[in-house]
Design a protein around this ligand. Structure first.
Ligand SMILES: Cc1cc2nc3c(=O)[nH]c(=O)nc-3n(C[C@H](O)[C@H](O)[C@H](O)COP(=O)(O)OP(=O)(O)OC[C@H]3O[C@@H](n4cnc5c(N)ncnc54)[C@H](O)[C@@H]3O)c2cc1C
Length: 370
């Protein structure tokens, strides 16, 4: 039986940010991960700390606070690669431009740091954008981190505190008040157990996480060889206006029909340049299980065309492709932004932040301890 103040189950970004919040409060923390290293959604994402399209109200407030927390974590732990690079959402049609204009004139535009830019101004701020678009919405609050590095970098930083240990290769099979048991029969006693097992809706906590308010979503992504130019901002195309609740504005109803490929796979273009120059590009959304186990080429071909037309040049060859799955709470503008349930005294399950989990993780963790 090993003893600790706080036991975190799950080695992804949600668990790791909980570990950071707990260590900062002076607790002794043990974090357990079933793989040798986490390899779920937390490493497979764009690393976008995304404020621009968040629903007004609590979701936006959380995203703004989380973004500040990411910046602070970046100062303590530079290896996460935090950069306050802002983003451009680019309109390619008059209808998309109308949505950008409405957003730029909205009451919370200053909070989000929105500026509507004509193409010349877009190119001045991000000279790599030499292609075809009619306007860009700059969001000053958007930022980026390195998803393949961030989780492990924070864990390495925590290890130096002397109050943290990471135990890989152990799957927790059972949790009850103040006690957890792994697949080897090892027992852990803790005052608080935080379960952050991501999109694993079966096994541990199946009754809790298998609830109908949580669904799983599969995304396809890819990354290119290094691009010779620097993208000074993150990028989104006009299709992203269809999905983000912050753009649920009257002009959105006037958007042109979506390209059949984008419509089929519920796609938008998002692109973040990595610190080594390569471009992380996505994404698709599949909601019906069983999910495909293989990767479909057609969405990638489509996104390569869209990004090339915005950049006005061919993008480098694709170096790698992958899919990822996240857990998402049912969207309800009045409801919770993520899933949290206390199942026993001292056991709390936290999941379901969906496509905003990387962004919100530090704020969600703070809420758990607050
Ligand atoms: C392709 C893709 C792109 C995305 N892009 C973005 C983005 O740019 N910005 C953004 O804000 N969000 C993004 N998201 C969402 C974000 O990545 C997720 O919401 C977030 O990473 C979820 O973190 P997590 O720690 O809950 O889950 P995970 O990263 O899945 O971690 C859960 C961990 O728990 C472990 N585990 C499970 N069961 C057990 C057990 N019984 N015992 C021990 N360990 C266990 C798993 O092995 C896993 O490592 C994206 C998601 C995907 C899939």
């Amino acid at each position: 039986m090993s003893e600790t103040s706080v036991l975190i189950v799950g080695g992804g970004i949600l668990g790791t940010m909980h570990a950071l919040s707990a260590v900062d409060r002076g607790y002794k923390v043990t974090q357990i991960e079933r793989e040798v290293q986490a390899r779920g959604a937390s490493l497979r994402n764009f690393g976008l700390v995304w404020v621009s399209g968040r629903a007004k109200g609590r979701e936006l407030e959380m995203a703004l606070r989380a973004r500040e927390r990411w910046e602070a974590v970046g100062k303590r732990c530079p290896a996460i690669g935090f950069r306050p690079n802002g983003s451009f959402t680019l309109a390619r049609t008059a209808q998309e431009r109308a949505v950008l204009e409405e957003a730029a004139n909205g009451p919370d535009a200053p909070t989000r740091g929105f500026t509507l830019c004509e193409p010349d101004e877009v190119r001045r701020r991000n000279p790599a954008l030499q292609g075809t678009f009619v306007a860009g919405l700059f969001c000053e609050r958007d930022a980026g981190v390195e998803p393949r590095l961030a989780t492990q970098a924070i864990q390495a930083y925590l290890t130096e505190s002397g109050n943290y240990s990471f135990l890989p290769g152990r799957e927790i099979r059972e949790v009850s008040a103040t006690r957890a048991i792994d697949h080897l029969g090892n027992q852990y006693r803790a005052e608080l157990i935080v379960v952050t097992t991501g999109a694993a809706h079966v096994g541990l906590g199946a009754e809790v996480l298998g609830s109908s308010r949580l669904r799983r979503v599969r995304l396809q992504m890819f990354e290119t060889e290094p691009f010779e130019q620097q993208l000074t901002t993150s990028l989104a195309d006009g299709d992203s206006l269809r999905y983000y609740p912050g753009f649920d504005l009257p002009t959105r109803a006037g958007l042109q029909a979506q390209h059949p490929q984008a419509q089929r796979d519920h796609m938008q273009l998002l692109c973040q340049q990595r610190l080594n120059g390569s471009l992380t590009i996505g994404d698709t959304h599949a909601y019906d299980e069983p999910f495909d186990f293989d990767l479909d080429e057609r969405p990638s071909d489509y996104l390569v065309d869209v990004l090339s037309s915005l950049l006005g040049t061919k993008i480098p060859p694709i170096a790698r492709r992958w899919a990822g799955v996240y857990s998402q709470i049912e969207f309800d503008p009045e409801g919770p932004v993520y899933f949290r349930e206390s199942v026993d005294d001292g056991v709390v399950f936290v999941s379901g932040p969906g496509g905003r989990g990387m962004t919100l993780a530090p704020e969600i963790a703070e809420e758990t301890f607050a």
